[in-house]
Design a protein around this ligand. Structure first.
Ligand SMILES: Nc1ncnc2c1ncn2[C@@H]1O[C@H](COP(=O)(O)OP(=O)(O)O)[C@@H](O)[C@H]1O
Ligand SMILES: [Mg+2]
Length: 209
C-alpha cells in the first residue's frame, strides 16, 4: 500500500545576509530535508525557496566524494563540485590538508577513512573559500572534540571577518545558543517556532520535561 508522506509542511522563514541561523528538532523532523532544499539538492514538491549567493553545503557525510578514489583525488573532485578551479585547489591544497590534519593519509582511498576523517576533509574543502552561505548539518558531530572546536572557531571567523551567512543544524543546543542569533525549531515536518536562538532552544529543550 502506498501512503504519501510529507517531510515538510507549510514552513516559511527568512534568513538574512550575515545571519547565523540554527535549526533544531528531533530526529526525522525534516532538518536535513530543509537544508537539501536550500542547497538545491532536492526540489520541493510545492512551495519555493530562494537563495541569493554561493553556497557551501555540508549536509550528508560523503556526498560529493568517491569512496574508491584517494583523499587527494577527492579534494579535487569535491572542490570542482563546489565550483573551485584546478588552480584554486592547487594553490590551497596544502591549507586544506593541513586544516584537516590528514597529510599522512592523502593517498589512501576514502573508503578506508573513518566518518570523522571524511568530515575533516569535507569541512576543510568547503571552508577553503568564503561562501555567501555556509550550511552545516550535524555531520560535524562525528569529528572528535578537538576538530569540532577547530571547526567552530573557523565558522566564527567566517562570521566575524567575512560576514558569511551560516545555517547550522546541531543537537548541541548550547552550541546553537552560543553561535546562532536566530533559530527555527522544526518538529515532525512542522515549524514549531522561529525567533531568537536562546528562546527557541529553551522551548525545544522543554520537550524533555
Ligand atoms: N530519500 C528519502 N526517501 C524517503 N524518506 C526520506 C528520505 N530522506 C528523508 N526521508 C524522511 O523524511 C523525514 C525527514 O528526514 P530528515 O530531513 O533527514 O530529518 P532530520 O534531519 O531532521 O533528522 C524522515 O521521516 C525521513 O525518514
Ligand atoms: Mg538530519
Amino acid at each position: 500500500m502506498f501512503k504519501e508522506f510529507r517531510a515538510l509542511n507549510d514552513i516559511t522563514f527568512q534568513v538574512r545576509r550575515g545571519d547565523v541561523f540554527g535549526l533544531v528538532g528531533t530526529n526525522g523532523s525534516g532538518k536535513s530535508t530543509m537544508l537539501k532544499i536550500i542547497a538545491g539538492v532536492l526540489e520541493p514538491s510545492s512551495g519555493t525557496c530562494t537563495v541569493r549567493g554561493s553556497i557551501a553545503p555540508l549536509i550528508e557525510l560523503g556526498a560529493g566524494f568517491d569512496p574508491e578514489l584517494t583523499a587527494r583525488e577527492n579534494i579535487y573532485l569535491n572542490g570542482s563540485l563546489l565550483g573551485y578551479s584546478r588552480d584554486f585547489i592547487d594553490s590551497h591544497f596544502d591549507e586544506i590538508v593541513d586544516f584537516a590534519e590528514l597529510r599522512d593519509f592523502l593517498d589512501m582511498p576514502l573508503k578506508n577513512y573513518s566518518s570523522g576523517m571524511v568530515a575533516r576533509i569535507a569541512f576543510s574543502i568547503a571552508t577553503a573559500t568564503e561562501p555567501d552561505l555556509l550550511i552545516v548539518d550535524e555531520t560535524l558531530s562525528v569529528g572528535d572534540f578537538l576538530f569540532q572546536q577547530k571547526c567552530e572557531e573557523r565558522i566564527q571567523s567566517l562570521i566575524d571577518d567575512s560576514h558569511v551567512t551560516v545555517m547550522l543544524v546541531s543537537h548541541d543546543t548550547s552550541q546553537v545558543e552560543r553561535m546562532c542569533d536566530r533559530c527555527a525549531w522544526i518538529e515532525k515536518g512542522h515549524l514549531r517556532m522561529v525567533g531568537p536562538a536562546d528562546e527557541v532552544c529553551s522551548a525545544y529543550r522543554s520537550l524533555g520535561d
